[in-house]
Design a protein around this ligand. Sequence first.
Ligand code: SF4
Length: 387
Amino acid sequence: MELYIHIPFCVQKCLYCDFLSGSASVTVQKKYIDALIQEIRWRGEAVRGEGRAQTVSSVYIGGGTPTVVEPEAICRVMRTVRECFQIDDGAEVSMEANPGTLTQEKLFAYGQAGINRLSIGLQSADDEELARLGRIHSWADFLVSYRLAREAGFDNINIDLMSSLPGQTAESYGRTLRLVTELLPEHISAYSLIVEEGTPFYRKYRDHPELLPDEDEDRRMYAMTEEILGHAGYRRYEISNYAKPGRECRHNIGYWIRTPYLGLGLGASSLYGEKRFSNTADMKRYLTALSAENADRKEGLCKILETEETVGRNEAMEEFMFLGLRLTAGIREEDFLHRFGQSLESVYGGTLARLTQEGFLRKTDGGYRLSHRGIDVSNRILAEFLL
Ligand code: SF4
């Protein structure tokens, strides 16, 4: 099982962001951490099997910007996690961080708390592009944060990048990729900007898509990612993720192969025991339900529940296909049979044969993976596995 822990605070909201995050006073942050700790305790108790704490293979503290809160808060969260769950020896414990919010003292505390992987949100090495995104940092700020992280001993670092940004060209994107690879991070995530409804970007670009890179430029940037990163020794292991050998993000792989996970914190969702459920996104409700006065576990957890559904067999099969095929290793027939007691051929035989014939899928030894062509149009191809 994996754990995801949500810290919904940021210094300020980036203009493209639709994550559940925002700025908040130190008082709210403190109350939130207390509530989160209560939730971790209660969930830990709720999933305890036969007197034994559940074993956890990876922990991911995301946000928001977890590095905004006091480092002691992160230490308390991690102490509680260790009290309530059995963390595997050698488990990956990742935390998201943003430049401009990291200090030597914080990094030292994170190391002490057992965090062994950092995921730093850079997005671009071009200061004008960063300013247009509403990011709080410059390239120089990022370099300081990155150096501090290395000095603090973090030897497993991801850098997040984005392409198709307003005002970005294939040339400036290529420069970002090259500058980043020179720093030798272990992992690079590279996503295309999606203009999400409800964001300032949506209001600005919905009626003016010509202000964003056009489709040809977008394709050029997309192709450059694999070319430049591949050249620098990064292997693509998922549609948008690249790593040095052996440095793939284990937590995310767990998600793509449908390892059960508990999401803890505001708005966090879980997949556990064939159920998918999510917490409320309403901060007031979350804090009240988990306050110390409200001491009943069942009632408290029930009050923060926003949605709950049983994952049906068909839905589980669809997810197995379209999450698994995101990985360049693809899916294995044996895993499908083991998971569903039915052969892959009997459920998806026709679709697999057609997509393989059309060149979007490749048959591997014991399974299937997306071809290069398939990766290029992955959204369309993956949608073919809806039952
Ligand atoms: S730092 Fe990340 S989570 Fe926070 S507002 Fe910006 S994009 Fe959103």
